[in-house]
Design a protein around this ligand. Structure first.
Ligand code: PLP
Length: 358
């Protein structure tokens, strides 16, 4: 069975198998990792190793803190402006899909939101090109969504925004390819696509930004406090942290992010070729240069066939292909844990379905 879910998404099967083997007795402790104190030596060792592996994979510079937080990406839509924008500040938001729109609206109680570019009038089928962004050089930061999970659009270059810190919601494409972290002020990602189970947020933030804002807020919301306390101000999501650590090790075993990038390119190419080469039976309406490697929405030439496509694909072991309700149709998510073999199976099912249903 291959899982094409957009999130929570597939986790590499070797990671799950290892977690299963270790479930009742982790690392000789005689207890499950979920039952160990986060302040104990064993768990602290695990947490440090996970951070070290993530730093190695992404080449995170020393002047960046790595945080393992909770609340999902959505909570950080609000917490980022709380931490990075002071009284009266504005921040620039690039809205290139559903999640960017939500990030901007959740930020609005805490910062003056300036929509510096939006592709809403294009139904998010293309990306607002960098030249069109109306940036304010005095903005506290620029926020964008490198990969929009629902609309299937992805920026393939890191935009240059001068000296203003660039903040990016990498929830659905983190660790899919090498990344020059030093181009960003803050990177964050909900874990449930390319990292592990939901309930964990990984954040990489330039340390100087942590001291920026002195607005009154509870410690639990302040990233500087989380950094000073190794993300353990309160009980962290230890299970999520453990699985994230196993996934980082798996990524290293796979050859790191350069190898993942190559695989992800090949997977996406195979599926887009099948769609584009279907003579209009299947369609992906996104501007070709903006197409996502991670999330591929597509429609059938006749939506009356949708139900049969979903029923038969599921019976063929191809799970979770139903498109997001906002778009309808289908969506195949091709995160790191989805192997080329899965995409080959999908493409062959699609060809066969088109022949059978004419
Ligand atoms: N940002 C992006 C790009 C997403 O795909 C999602 C969806 O899961 C979210 C944010 C919301 O994440 P969470 O459910 O962790 O709040």
């Amino acid at each position: 069975v291959w899982n094409f879910s957009a999130g929570p998404a597939a986790i590499p099967s070797v990671v799950l198998e290892r977690a299963q083997r270790e479930l009742l007795d982790w690392n000789g402790s005689g207890a499950s990792v979920m039952e160990l104190s986060h302040r104990g030596k064993l768990f602290i060792g695990l947490a440090q190793q996970a951070e070290a592996d993530l730093r190695e994979l992404l080449g995170v510079p020393d002047d960046y803190a790595v945080l393992f937080l909770q609340g999902g990406a959505t909570q950080h839509f609000a917490q980022i402006p709380m931490n990075l924008a002071g009284d009266g500040d504005s921040a620039d938001y690039i809205v290139n899909g559903h999640w960017g729109e939500k990030a901007a609206s959740e930020a609005a109680p805490y910062v003056r939101v300036n929509i510096a570019a939006s592709s809403k009038s294009d139904q998010y089928l293309r990306l607002p090109p960098r030249e069109s962004w109306q940036l304010d050089p005095r903005a506290a930061y620029v926020h964008y969504t490198p990969n929009e999970t629902i609309h299937g659009v992805e920026y393939h270059e890191i935009p240059d925004v001068g000296d203003v810190p660039l903040v990016a919601d990498f929830s659905s494409n983190i660790l899919s390819e090498p990344l020059n972290v030093s181009r960003f002020g803050l990177i964050y990602a909900g874990a449930q696509k390319n990292i592990g189970p939901s309930g964990l947020v990984v954040m990489i933030v330039r340390r100087d930004l942590l001291q920026r804002v002195s607005r009154p807020m509870a410690k639990i919301f302040r990233y500087a406090e989380q950094a000073a306390n190794d993300s353990m101000l309160n009980t962290p999501n230890t299970w999520g942290w453990y699985l994230a650590g196993l996934t980082f090790q798996w990524l290293k075993d796979q050859g790191g992010l350069a190898a993942m990038a190559e695989r992800n390119r090949a997977k996406a190419e195979l599926l887009y070729q099948a769609i584009d080469g279907s003579g209009g039976y299947y369609r992906n309406p996104v501007q070709v240069s903006a197409r996502s490697r991670m999330n591929v929405p597509f429609t059938l030439h006749d939506s009356a066939l949708d139900a049969a496509f979903l029923k038969e694909s599921e019976a063929a072991g191809l799970l979770a292909l139903k498109g997001h309700k906002a778009l309808g149709g289908m969506r195949a998510s091709l995160y790191n844990a989805v192997p080329l073999e899965a995409v080959q199976a999908l493409v062959s099912f699609m060809k066969d379905f088109a022949v059978r249903h004419g």
